[in-house]
Design a protein around this ligand. Structure first.
Ligand code: PRX
Length: 633
């Protein structure tokens, strides 16, 4: 859904950083840093010195086979070694690395040394299971310490991880596991959500019956309730049993800079989600560097990103960014409003969170409860705030800035994607801030707005958001879909990356993101393709055809509006509506929030039979239908 930034850009309020922020900031001169970043190779290779390399790189950037760019060629490095082992040789050895907290108020603190032991034991255990460099391991787990340990253990031995969000359904699990030929799957008995325990294991059990590649299922007894291992699969082992007796040292696998690190599925405009591949050194560099500068990370920081590890935000900024900087990271399992809408602020006060990174949808949800809950707690520890995942409306921006940040904390509206791996467009703490704008491309990033032919567009005019130069954490390929990967890079001349978003730049060069330019929806910040929802609809016996678009929603940003053609004999009554909602949710998980279902006789299509979503969207917004020459009738 495209938001109207003409109205938004009338927003003329500018918020300036305080003297204190400016004095403490790692980057004091924003413009000068952007200037430095223009020399890409110099900029990123200087930043790459922050890591311990087993072997230094021979070449910073190889552009000889576009769009298959390569960074830090010839380098040898290991992520887990840099995120964990490195710190136990320093004064951080006994510093808390992870604070796990759940909605029941239970907590677990894990020091870097304890994390080191746990990662090594599990890494050795995985090796004993026969997992080798390049094998794929999946997780279907709650936000819990074992999830972080599992991912780090994979990176230690060079296994590729493919995290599956714990809200996804059996079908999504089967599809992802079979496509990547997963060898080991980690799961848990359940996850806490608003006072209930959501059963994950029975979903995993059902899925693995259809997944012959899975040799072992590792089960974490997370909730502590007695569980029985499924007799059906006979491939299961408890986590505790698996690591029992394992040695506390595991040699880190020296990975090539360009060895794959993980695969993460995300929705595109075609039917099936795509497996985005990230590689080792560039991803490490991109996440650590952007976290350091955007959130101005110092030694005493306590960083909390509320994103789920099932998505890229959690990969980059719950686990890898913070641990690569030796920063304590908060891992929270639960909803923002349970047991009450003050739960997040209570955590900020209790633990002294200094940097807080969240999603606009959560803020809009919490705004409904007024300032009663933000006022109940002392939020003085906070220094910088951030949001991600969808455009933030100025009202939500101001609410967060005023009531949580108390007008002291700069708010970083960070634009990026699963594909970019790292923040791409964002202010820095010393920047002037405009509510609703993501400010400028970060140092070392070259982003722009172009028209359909790839030409720059004038100030204030909408266009496509593109990235013109390679960046270290860029995705390197799509799993088993090289052709689609190449297409994404060739839609505009000059091999530039089409991000799939519409954007406008203002007179200061600030980016105002309007929304997706393709058939991808953003529901509460979650990404879902219209084609996926449509195929979920037509898999119900009552539905012949379906077309879906996004409908604006005050809390979730957008939700699904579906136009369906019913099979003869069916009527769209309350019972069927309920059934369809349940069916789509079962197929796609709770991410698919259905707002409205409308019965129609026909759908607007091109002569070749493609649904013209554009026409439906224009109709929904009461806009001119535009060029209808390709419309069948
Ligand atoms: O449309 C943009 C939106 O989220 C998309 C990427 O989604 P995903 O890969 O799931 O990653 C989300 C977390 C990084 C983008 O194409 N988006 C992300 N951040 C912003 C945003 N839209 C506006 N403002 C943002 N700050």
């Amino acid at each position: 859904m495209i938001r109207d930034t003409t109205v938004l850009m009338n927003e003329k309020r500018v918020f300036k950083p305080s003297e204190e922020i400016k004095e403490n900031a790692l980057v004091k001169n924003w413009e000068a840093e952007i200037e430095k970043g223009k020399n890409l190779e110099k900029y990123w290779s200087e930043k790459a010195e922050q890591f311990e390399w087993f072997k230094k790189w021979d070449k910073v950037l190889d552009e000889s086979n576009k769009p298959f760019y390569k960074w830090f060629l010839g380098g040898k490095i290991n992520l887990a070694y840099n995120a964990v082992d490195r710190w136990i040789k320093s004064e951080k050895r006994n510093q808390v690395a992870i604070i796990y907290i759940n909605e029941r108020g239970e907590e677990k603190k894990i020091t870097f040394y304890e994390l080191y032991l746990a990662v090594n034991k599990l890494a050795n255990a995985l090796k004993n299971l026969g997992v080798k460099k390049g094998d794929i391991v999946s997780t279907y787990m709650p936000m819990c310490p074992e999830l972080l340990i599992a991912l780090l253990a994979c990176t230690k031995i060079g296994a590729i991880h493919s995290v599956i969000y714990s809200g996804l359904s059996v079908g999504s699990l089967v599809e992802r596991i079979n496509e990547t030929q997963v060898k080991v799957l980690f799961t848990a008995d359940g996850t806490y959500r608003r006072g209930k325990v959501i059963d994950l294991k029975s979903i995993a059990d059902e899925a693995v019956l259809q997944c012959p590649s899975v040799e072992t299922i590792v089960v974490v007894n997370h909730t502590g309730t007695p569980i029985e291992l499924s007799k059906l699969s006979g491939r299961e082992i408890f986590y505790e049993r698996l690591v029992e007796g394992e040695a506390s040292y595991c040699e880190p696998e020296p990975m090539d800079s360009e060895d794959p690190l993980f695969i993460l599925y995300t929705s595109g405009s075609t039917g099936k989600p795509k497996g985005v591949i990230h590689t080792t050194a560039g991803y490490m560099l991109g996440t650590a560097t952007t976290l350091r500068y955007v959130f101005d990370i110092h030694e005493d920081d306590l960083f909390w990103c509320t994103g789920d590890i099932g998505w890229i935000t959690g990969h980059s900024y719950v686990i890898y960014g913070p641990l690569l900087l030796g920063t304590t990271t908060v891992v929270y399992e639960g909803a923002p409003d349970y047991p009450d809408p003050g739960v997040w602020w209570k955590i900020v006060e209790k633990y002294g969170v200094t940097k807080f990174y969240t999603a606009p949808t959560a803020i809009r949800h919490l705004m409904r409860f007024g300032i009663r809950y933000t006022d109940l707690y002392n939020l003085e520890s906070l220094r910088i705030l951030g949001t991600v995942g969808e455009p933030i409306n100025p009202e939500a921006w101001i609410w967060l800035y005023k009531n949580v940040g108390k007008e002291r904390c700069p708010l970083m509206d960070t634009w990026w994607q699963t594909e970019t791996g790292m923040h791409m467009i964002s202010p820095l703490p010393v920047s002037d801030l405009k509510p609703g704008a993501t400010a400028l491309p970060l140092p070392g990033v070259d982003a722009d707005v172009v028209d359909g032919k790839g030409n720059p567009v004038p100030v204030g005019k909408g266009g496509y958001l593109v990235i013109k130069k390679p960046w270290p954490a860029m995705f390197r390929n799509l799993h088993k879909n090289k052709e689609r990967f190449k297409e994404i890079w060739s839609e505009f001349p000059g091999c530039i990356y089409n991000a799939g978003d519409m954007v406008r730049k203002d007179e200061d060069g600030y980016f105002w993101i309007q929304g997706r330019s393709d058939d991808v929806l953003k529901i509460a910040g979650h990404r879902i393709g219209t084609a996926e929802v449509e195929s979920a609809f037509v898999s119900h016996p009552a539905v012949v055809e379906a077309a879906v678009i996004g409908r604006s929603d005050p809390i979730k940003g957008e939700i699904i509006k579906a136009f369906i053609i019913l099979r003869g004999g069916y009527e769209l009554k309350t019972k069927l509506i309920g059934e369809l909602k349940k069916h789509v949710r079962h197929e796609l998980g709770p991410v698919a929030v259905l707002g409205e279902i409308v019965q129609v006789d026909k759908l607007p299509k091109t002569r070749s039979g493609k649904i013209m979503h554009r026409i439906l969207r224009a109709q929904e917004m009461g806009e001119n239908l535009g060029d209808t020459s390709t419309l069948e009738e």
